[in-house]
Design a protein. Sequence first.
Length: 271
Amino acid sequence: MSKPALRASLYQGPEFSGDVEANLAALGRAAADASRAGADILVTPEMSVSGYDIGELVAARAEPADGPIFDVVARIASETGVAVVYGYPERDGSVVYNSVQVVGADGFPVARYRKTHLFGDLDRGHFVPGDRLVAQFDLGGVRCGLLICYDVEFPEAVRAHADSGTEFLIVPTGLMTPFDVVATHVVPARAYESQMFLAYVNRCGRESELQYCGLTCAIAPDGTELARAGRGEESLAVDIDTVILARSRSINTHLADRRPDLYLHARKGIS
């Protein structure tokens, strides 16, 4: 049997996130586990290295894309032979973004995305929004795309990826209770309506005032679950196969059957 196009390891953890050093150590263990599972890429949650609900520590832990955090992740990636998706507060001059970065298995940066849809004071109190919606990279013959958490709750954001050729959408997230419906219903709908594989990789445990709900999942283009985590720390391995994607798009023809001519008229108020 031939190997699928891409194997991804989804790390829901660490459950007890602490300082940056502890979080990087957890990421290193997860990358080693991913390597043993034959994974090509490890996906970790939103702000996985720094912590998310950490108040003014966001500014203190923010650093450039090529800062010390990157150096450690690059070493982990090159030592394990696994590409790594990690979240951190990215400082660019006087502003800070809620960012994810992809480091290839060779230790070099591959892609970076800055969260475009900010969630409440938790985000708006510390970050400025990114201004580029579609960030992509190729791995194992699969066109991968990046969003962060709240972004996926906007169908326009996911559809923009579909229009740009994304086949596997990677969404690091920090979903908290009582919003389980996003993980259980919204995410599968997004994968189905835009006909793509979608990995939604959440945090777990408690951090400050937030109780994260876990429920990390990988959804196939036909809306079925490939894998689903529980509430605690866990790793999932999933295979992303472009043959399955092509078959799903031939049956579920939503992308081909759209009427953008009508949608444009509706936005302009034309009858």
